[in-house]
Write a protein that binds this ligand. Structure first.
Ligand SMILES: Cc1cc2nc3c(=O)[nH]c(=O)nc-3n(C[C@H](O)[C@H](O)[C@H](O)COP(=O)(O)OP(=O)(O)OC[C@H]3O[C@@H](n4cnc5c(N)ncnc54)[C@H](O)[C@@H]3O)c2cc1C
Length: 504
C-alpha cells in the first residue's frame, strides 16, 4: 500500500519535534556588550529573525544599508530548526500562486516571480553554500538532512553582510521619532502637527524622509516570556498594543516587520506583530491556525492509531463539498494528521456552520468500480475473505474497524456478504465520516492563515500603504501555503523583495 515508502516519508516530515526539547537546548543569553560610544542609527531595523526576517536583513545589508535584526526569542530561527521533521523542506520544485491561500493571488504571483524557485535554488547552492537534494515528492531538502545547516548558513551570510543581530529583543512599540520629525525649517511643517504617537498617521510634506521610526524594546531573558500572550484583540475588531514595559528604544530610518504569525507561540511568534501592524493603521484579516492536525472521536483512531494511508479528504458544509485534498493521512490517537489532514485544517476552521470531513481510502475509485471489483471476486475468487478483499485498499486495522461498523465477520467469504453489508463496506471505503470535532490549534499549527491584509502593501516592494518606510514580509502577511516547502518559499521571496526595497 506504500511500496515506495512515500507516505512514510511524508509523515516523517511532519512536526514531531517538541518545542520544549528545542527550548531546553537554549543557552543562557549572553548580556549585550557595554557600549562605549553611541552606535550610528541603523538604516533598517528588521523585527523578527525567522526565515523571512533573516532573508530581509541579509538583502537590505547587501543593498548597502546598515541593518539591525531584532528577535524576541533569545534563540534565533527556532521554526527553521523544527521544520520538515528537523530536515527543513526549503522549497518545492513547482511553486505557483495556486499553492497559497489568503490575499490576492496576483500579488502572491508577483512576489514569487521576483525571487522564484530557480533563484532560490541558486541562492542556496552558490551563495549560502547549502547543497540541496530533490526528493520524489517534489520537496527540496539540504543534503545534510539537517535544518541546522540552513540556519547556520543564513546566520553566517548575515554576519558577512554586517547585519547586527540582537536576540531577546522583543519590539513592543512602534512609533515615529518625534525629534527627527521636528525639522521645521527644513520641511516647513508644523511641529505640533508632526508629533504623532503612532507610525500610521500620514504627514504633510515628504514624510518618509523626515520621520524615523522608534522601536520600544522589552528585554526577554528566557522562553517563559511567551507563556502568556502580551497581545489581546479588542472585541475581535482590532489589536491592542502589546502590554509590556519598554526597557530601551532603537531608532531606524526604515522598519521591516517580519514577526510571523501565531503558530507555535513558544517560539516567540505570539502575534505581537499584528498589534504592531495595527498600530500603524493596518487591518488584520482574522487569523486561524493552518496546517494543524484535526481532532476526532472516531473509533478508527483508537483501533488504527499509527497507521498511514493515501487518502482523499473532503470537507462538507451546508450539504456542499467545499474542498477536497489528497495526500498521506496519519491516524493518531487524538484524530488525524499527515499532509491531507493538515492541508484541510484551515478550510475546516474557515467554514461556517455544520461541517464534516469524509475520507475516500481508495482515491480514484467510484462506487461503480468498487462494486465491479467486489462482484468480480464473488465470481472468480469465491474463497476470498472480506478481510483480504478490503486489504486491497486499506491496511488490516482499518479493514477490521470497517467490518465492525458494517456488522460483517472479516473471516467470511466474499459471496456470503449481504447486499446491505457490501454497500456499507463500500461506503466506509469511499466516504467514511471521520467524526472530526476540531483542530489542535496554534500549539501544533505549522502556519497561521490570515494576517496583515495583502491589499495594504505595495505589490512590488511590500511597503505599507499607510506607513511610509514600513515594510512587511513572511507569515505576518495574509498568505499561507500548503504543505511541501511553499511557506518557506514565501519567506525567501517576500523577504528578498522587502529587504531589497528597504535597503535601497
Ligand atoms: C513544526 C513546523 C514545521 C514546519 N516545516 C516547514 C517546512 O518544512 N517547509 C516550509 O516551507 N514551511 C514549514 N513550516 C512553516 C515555516 O516554518 C513558516 O512559514 C516560516 O518559518 C515563517 O517565517 P517567518 O520568518 O515569517 O516567521 P517566524 O518563523 O515565525 O519568525 C518570526 C520571528 O519573529 C520573532 N518575533 C515575533 N514577535 C516579535 C517582536 N515583537 N519583536 C521581535 N521579534 C519578534 C520571533 O521570535 C520569531 O523568531 C513549518 C512550521 C512549523 C511550526
Amino acid at each position: 500500500m506504500d511500496p515506495t515508502g512515500k507516505i512514510k516519508r511524508d509523515i516523517d516530515d511532519q512536526p514531531k519535534t517538541s518545542v520544549e526539547g528545542l527550548l531546553r537546548s537554549i543557552e543562557e543569553p549572553q548580556p549585550l556588550p557595554v557600549e562605549t560610544e553611541p552606535r550610528p542609527m541603523p538604516d533598517v531595523a528588521v523585527i523578527g529573525a525567522g526565515a523571512a526576517g533573516l532573508t530581509a536583513a541579509l538583502r537590505a545589508a547587501q543593498s548597502g544599508a546598515r541593518v539591525v535584526l531584532l528577535n524576541a526569542h533569545p534563540k534565533i530561527g527556532l521554526k527553521i530548526l523544527m521544520s520538515g521533521g528537523t530536515r527543513c523542506n526549503v522549497t518545492h520544485e513547482a511553486v505557483s500562486e495556486r499553492d497559497f491561500n489568503g490575499g490576492s493571488r496576483n500579488v502572491i504571483a508577483r512576489i514569487l516571480r521576483a525571487f522564484d524557485v530557480a533563484a532560490t535554488l541558486a541562492w542556496f547552492e552558490d551563495e549560502l553554500d547549502v547543497p540541496l537534494k530533490l526528493e520524489e515528492s517534489g520537496k527540496y531538502f539540504p543534503v545534510t538532512d539537517e535544518a541546522q545547516t540552513v540556519l547556520d548558513a543564513l546566520l553566517a551570510a548575515c554576519n558577512r553582510a554586517g547585519v547586527r543581530i540582537e536576540s531577546g529583543a522583543r519590539v513592543v512599540r512602534i512609533e515615529r521619532d518625534a525629534k527627527e520629525i521636528a525639522k521645521e525649517e527644513e520641511y516647513g511643517a508644523d511641529v505640533d502637527e508632526l508629533l504623532v504617537e503612532t507610525a500610521g498617521v500620514s504627514l504633510p510634506g515628504n514624510p518618509s524622509s523626515i520621520r524615523n521610526f522608534r522601536l520600544g524594546i522589552q528585554t526577554v531573558r528566557d522562553a517563559t516570556a511567551f507563556d502568556a500572550g502580551i497581545v489581546s484583540r479588542r472585541g475581535g475588531q482590532g489589536w491592542a498594543p502589546p502590554n509590556a514595559k519598554v526597557d530601551r528604544w532603537v531608532s531606524a530610518r526604515r522598519v521591516i516587520l517580519a514577526s510571523g504569525g501565531l503558530s507555535f507561540p513558544r517560539t516567540g511568534s505570539d502575534g505581537a506583530g499584528y498589534a504592531l501592524a495595527a498600530s500603524c493603521g493596518h487591518t488584520i484579516v482574522p487569523p486561524v491556525p493552518a496546517l494543524t492536525p484535526l481532532t476526532a472521536d472516531d473509533p478508527l483512531c483508537r483501533d488504527a492509531q499509527g497507521v498511514t494511508i493515501d487518502a482523499e479528504l473532503a470537507l462538507w458544509a451546508g450539504g456542499k463539498r467545499l474542498e477536497v485534498v489528497r495526500g498521506s493521512l496519519l491516524i493518531a490517537h487524538f484524530g488525524f494528521s499527515g499532509p491531507a489532514a493538515l492541508d484541510l485544517s484551515r478550510h475546516w476552521l474557515r467554514a461556517d456552520g455544520e461541517r464534516r470531513v469524509t475520507a475516500n481510502f481508495a482515491p480514484g475509485a467510484t462506487h461503480e468500480t468498487m462494486m465491479a471489483a467486489w462482484l468480480d471476486a464473488v465470481k472468480n475468487a469465491p474463497e476470498r475473505t472480506v478481510r483480504r478483499q478490503l486489504g486491497r485498499w486499506v491496511p488490516e486495522r482499518i479493514a477490521a474497524r470497517m467490518c465492525v461498523e458494517a456488522g460483517v465477520d472479516p473471516a467470511r467469504a466474499v459471496p456470503q456478504v449481504s447486499r446491505e453489508q457490501r454497500s456499507a463496506l463500500i461506503e466506509q471505503l469511499l466516504e467514511r465520516d471521520l467524526r472530526v470535532k476540531g483542530t489542535l490549534g496554534y500549539e501544533k499549527a505549522e502556519v497561521t492563515a490570515g494576517g496583515v491584509a495583502l491589499s495594504e502593501v505595495d505589490a512590488s516592494t511590500l511597503v505599507s500603504r499607510f506607513s511610509p518606510g514600513l515594510y512587511l514580509c513572511g507569515e505576518i502577511l495574509d498568505v499561507e501555503g500548503r504543505l511541501g516547502g511553499f511557506n518557506f518559499q514565501w519567506s525567501w521571496s517576500s523577504g528578498t523583495v522587502a529587504g531589497r526595497a528597504a535597503g535601497k
